[in-house]
Design a protein around this ligand. Structure first.
Ligand code: CA2
Length: 144
């Protein structure tokens, strides 16, 4: 089983600022967590981070026929990108949306998710642990 983990803009800056919202862990810590989760769950994980909307759309399109599932944290594009929503719909690969923070408890503009409209599940407010939960959920979902 092959799962693609996509992270959008500024997530590579994790741990550098705003620890009260996003925690103290760095992006390198997230990559280590993904590796560990892949080993534990017996799934193959590839990850890609980009600050560019079109690059994320390209990555979703490239996943077609190559990946069984997608875990995506589109960052701020969550709340703006119809292009990412359309790409997820176009490839029709089961996707889980992750948000490190509890977006529902923040500014009203963060309470709208376009990408989430094409996802089978959303996990929010669980910190980096949310990525592990998303991968384990997708594994079960794909096995059913
Ligand atoms: O909670 C999440 O995971 C978000 O997707 C993170 C995005 C934010 O725009 C979304 O509304 C919710 C932000 C990505 C990280 O931004 C940083 C900002 C400062 C320092 C480190 C990371």
């Amino acid at each position: 089983m092959k799962i693609l983990v996509l992270n959008g803009p500024n997530l590579n800056m994790l741990g550098i600022r705003e620890p009260k919202i996003y925690g103290k862990n760095s992006f390198a810590d997230l990559l280590a967590l993904l590796d560990q989760t892949a080993r534990e769950a017996g799934v193959e994980i590839r990850q890609y981070q980009s600050n560019h909307e079109g690059s994320l759309v390209d990555a979703i399109q490239d996943a077609y026929g190559k990946f069984d599932g997608i875990v995506i944290n589109p960052g701020a594009y969550t709340h703006t990108s119809v292009a990412i929503l359309d790409a997820l719909k176009a490839v029709s690969i089961p996707a889980v949306e992750v948000h490190i923070s509890d977006v529902d408890a923040r500014e009203p503009f963060r309470q709208v998710s376009y990408a989430g409209m094409a996802c089978v599940k959303t996990i929010k407010g669980q910190g980096l642990e949310g990525y592990r939960q998303a991968i384990l959920f997708l594994k079960d979902y794909l096995n059913k």
